[in-house]
Ligand binder design. Sequence first.
Ligand SMILES: [Zn+2]
Length: 216
Amino acid sequence: MNDMLDTQPRDLAVSLFGQGKSSAEIWSALVSSGVAPAVAEAHVNSLLLAVSRLDQGKSAAEIWSALVASGAAPAAAETLVRDLVEVRRMQRAKQREEEEHKGSGFCKRCHDESTPLSPGNISTVNGTGTTFYGEDRGCSECGSVVRVHWVVFCSLPLIPLGTYRYRDLYGEGASSKFLARRTQANSVQIALHYTVSLVVLFVFVAVVMTIRSSTP
Ligand SMILES: [Zn+2]
């Protein structure tokens, strides 16, 4: 009976399995796609047999033997095993990714829009060094904001080093702890910081000129 298995229903069954569908759901999907109920059942049975062996830690060769012993065509069994191993590998990778996001301290959305690049040490001496400025696109889920990492001189932003998803953990000043992940730069945010910097410089120069011109 399993010799009747052809590629299309098997691919559909494997892909539905990869999406976490139950065997009953896979069977229904196959039948509604035009596969005869008995053939659909054979596909589901092969799939269940292969998955159970895979979860027992059996090797691909052992799973293949079990499938062939149950009546599957050798070539069809080989493809099924190969595809299933691939599906499992992708499921594991996805799981690892989820775990990595949990460990990152950011919510899934903020984690996914950023990369694990960190800005390293942040420190300024008398307002000169590197620091973060700005608070943009605040996230209500994890509380992070988008900030720009700047080289500063007398607290004025000079060179943007990168844009980060940023979360304060605790503390102020030198003892503060934060989490940061590199994200896409926002040119408007950078332009705003430059503008503030220029306005402050302009006011400073204007004040100095006024003082000078009023001194006899
Ligand atoms: Zn978030």
